[in-house]
Design a protein around this ligand. Structure first.
Ligand code: ARG
Length: 469
């Protein structure tokens, strides 16, 4: 036997004569963050060992020893018994080293027909898959919270805004279900990402495949991938799936940040639309009266990190030649941080939504401000045959008159409508006032009460809720 090289504990020590500079070890390690992949590394390695036995590169007994030992190593890691060292670089090497410590030469066979390049791609894909499943459940819970609020408070009439100016009336249920739609698209994006990424990388080896007679279809089945990735060079360099995942997370983050901003405003004295649950607000160390929406502010604030992670990943892959480059090791901190931030935000949002109430009296007391019925009046004129542009101008003038007189459109006397050449007499009064304006809506997908009822029924059935009416 030849004398062991100074770097014999490293998986690649053979061709080296001197030891690695400690600063290089510290600079190149990934164990500080990729230890999180341990369960997926164990799972993928077990599948790989079974495949090796299936094709005769391991005996059945060797594969059994390896899978059992890996099981034990996984349990040790979960129980905090693994001793980590930057000299071993990453989680893949730690697990392989532990296996070799236990099994000797049998352990030395596990890495047959495999590289850390296809191994890390496989582990990360398994992590993304399971993270998508976990986040999807959390998004469904948030949808339940919005739907629950829509069931409880849905008949409240709210001012709808564009440009943050009062525009037209909307039912609270209609408003809340807008977020159900956004969250549903978020779920769809995650599902698309999952479908596309669900291809087996293992077997691509370092970059070109292997001259050993492996059976990738066997490994695919073991790990529940839909397809075997077709091109080994692509596998070794591909991080599209992480970009897509973190983009999907970013959209969720943006949805939450916009919603958080809105509810921060709506919980102020100035808006007085919402009463946030005490358990999801914080106080001030100095001002005894304060109840602050810190949770919403942090959901909004943490979205910056998620967007930063997406940016980091996009810049990371920019300009990389094929195939694997060590830059790619830097993908994991960004993906982990983005996922953790979004999952925590979705989970805390769920509790906050579930405990929120609308300030019905304060909302109703100011509903007549801001001419929420003006557009419906204009449409009533259109129904009488007035050209849209003329009707628009006529109602605009009436609004100006109301502003001079400091009254609502419904308070104007019949003469005012006659003078504006609205010969509708009493009929105008049937659409004026916020309540009547709301009842006048009739289009599909609008805030019309029947349309909103249909939306509620559809969400109840899509979320598998028993009818709460
Ligand atoms: N720690 C590495 C990573 O996370 C594993 C792959 C290393 N491959 C290599 N050829 N050095 O990307």
């Amino acid at each position: 036997m030849s004398t062991p090289s100074p770097e014999a504990h490293k998986t690649w020590g053979g061709r080296f004569t001197g030891s690695t500079d400690a600063r290089v070890e510290a600079f190149t390690e990934s164990i500080s963050f990729d230890r999180r992949l341990a369960p997926f590394d164990i799972q993928a390695s077990q599948a790989h060992a079974r495949m090796l036995a299936h094709v005769g590169l391991l005996t059945a007994d060797e594969a059994k020893q390896i899978t059992l030992a890996l099981e034990q190593i996984g349990a040790d890691i979960a129980a905090g018994r693994m001793v980590y060292s930057t000299a071993l670089e990453d989680i893949h090497t730690h697990i392989e080293k532990a296996l070799i410590d236990q099994l000797g030469d049998v352990g030395r066979k596990l890495h047959t027909a495999r590289s850390r390049n296809d191994q890390v791609a496989t582990d990360v894909k398994l992590w993304v898959r399971s993270s998508i499943d976990q986040l999807d459940q959390a998004l469904v819970q948030l949808q339940h919270a919005f739907l629950g609020l829509a069931e409880r408070e849905g008949k409240v009439i709210l001012p709808g805004y564009t440009h943050l100016q009062r525009a037209q009336p909307v039912l609270a249920a209609h408003y809340l279900m807008a977020y159900l739609e956004k969250l549903e698209r978020d779920r769809g994006r995650l599902a698309d990402c999952r479908r596309r990424l669900n291809e087996l990388p293992l077997g691509a080896a370092a970059l070109a495949g292997t001259s050993l007679p492996i059976d990738r279809e066997f490994t695919r089945q073991q790990l529940g991938f839909d397809r075997v990735a077709a091109n080994s060079l692509d596998v070794s360099s591909d991080r599209d799936f992480l970009l897509e995942f973190v983009f999907s997370l970013s959209v969720i983050s943006l949805h939450l940040a916009g919603w958080a901003e809105e509810w921060i405003l709506w919980s102020t004295v100035e808006f007085s639309v919402l009463d946030l649950p005490d358990a999801f607000c914080t106080g001030s160390s100095m001002m005894p009266h304060k109840k602050n929406p810190d949770v919403l502010e942090l959901i909004r604030g943490k979205s910056a990190k998620v967007l930063g992670c997406l940016h980091q990943l996009m810049v990371l892959v920019k300009g990389l030649p094929l195939a694997y480059n060590r830059d790619l090791q830097e993908d994991k901190p960004a993906a982990f941080a983005a996922f953790d931030t979004v999952l925590a935000s979705v989970e805390i949002a769920t509790g906050l939504v579930a405990g929120t109430k609308f300030r019905r009296e304060a909302i109703a007391a100011r509903l007549d401000n801001g001419f929420l019925d003006a557009t419906t009046l204009m449409e009533a004129l259109v129904k009488e045959g007035v050209p849209l542009r003329s009707a628009h101008e006529t109602v605009g003038k009436l609004v100006r008159l109301c502003e001079e007189r400091r009254c609502r459109l419904a308070d104007l006397p019949p003469e005012a409508f006659e003078a504006a050449r609205i010969g509708l007499s009493q009929r105008v009064y049937q659409v004026l006032g916020v309540e009547q304006a709301l009842q006048a809506f009739c289009s599909d997908g609008s805030t019309a009460p029947e349309a909103v009822e249909r939306q509620l029924a559809s969400w109840r059935s899509r979320l598998g809720r028993v009818d709460e009416k």
